[in-house]
Design a protein around this ligand. Structure first.
Ligand SMILES: [Zn+2]
Ligand SMILES: [Zn+2]
Length: 247
């Protein structure tokens, strides 16, 4: 509630200022200028199952080799941006600093991309579920960045937001582990805290990297009776050894 009021007061009283370069914002309440928005790295050509960038030569809608060999537990994944400069800078700030203004900008960009996707005929989920943090980490950070992004998305798309997941193990941060260790780290880390009376759910997170965290959440939702789980993240980090990976 306090968050919402601070947000409303900030957006009404303070002129919008670009969080990346300090120029005036593109629109009232949007703290990003048009030039910096155009610099954000789009992920327009991606695998529909895991959102990983596809080689330019692959036809649109191609399921990548990895998903064909080992389909992920979720039915589809969508990430409108690649985790690359300058978006990576904003996502770091979302996690560690300046949460309010950054969540408002990123949540709005995310919602706009999702609205385009739904208008183009993608199936519409019945509710959104943010990927949960373990209560210990939530207490330390004070907020869950996935929920901060999910809130404007839910509002703009008119979808209910369910805080349905619980992280039952305080796993090591995925970013601190080698790619091959990440799957074991999150196995069985999530349960449902409440019944989810919906057949189609979209999980919301900031970044999709190996997909193991989202995959474990999807398994928990499916065990609770959800038939179709999609993963919607603002950004995608290409897995190692793929053409789109730059780092
Ligand atoms: Zn700017
Ligand atoms: Zn894929």
């Amino acid at each position: 509630m306090v968050y919402r009021w601070i947000n409303i007061i900030q957006s009404r009283l303070l002129p919008a200022v670009c969080l990346l370069c300090g120029a005036p914002g593109e629109a009232p309440g949007r703290d990003l200028c048009a030039g910096c928005r155009r610099d954000l790295p789009l992920n327009a050509h991606a695998c529909p199952r895991c959102a990983e960038p596809l080689p330019a030569s692959a036809p649109a809608g191609t399921v990548c080799g990895r998903c064909r060999r080992l389909p992920p537990p979720f039915a589809a994944a969508f990430a409108p941006y690649r985790y690359d400069w300058p978006l990576d800078r904003l996502i770091v700030e979302l996690k560690f600093r300046r949460r309010l203004a950054v969540a408002r900008v990123l949540g709005t960009l995310f919602a706009e991309a999702l609205a385009v996707r739904l208008a183009a005929g993608a199936p519409r989920p019945q509710a959104l579920v943010p990927v949960p943090l373990h209560p210990k980490r939530l207490a330390a950070r004070g907020y869950n960045q996935a929920a901060e992004l999910a809130r404007p998305v839910a509002r703009m798309l008119g979808l209910p937001l369910l805080d349905a997941g619980r992280r039952v193990r305080d796993t090591a941060a995925q970013s601190a582990l080698a790619f091959r260790e990440r799957r074991r780290n999150v196995a069985g880390a999530f349960v449902l805290a409440q019944g989810v009376p919906h057949a189609h759910i979209a999980l919301i997170d900031d970044v999709l990297t190996t997909g193991h965290t989202a995959g474990e959440c999807a398994r928990a939702l499916q065990a609770g009776g959800v038939e179709r789980v999609e993963v919607w993240t603002l950004a995608r980090t290409p897995a190692p050894g793929t053409p789109g990976r730059t780092a």
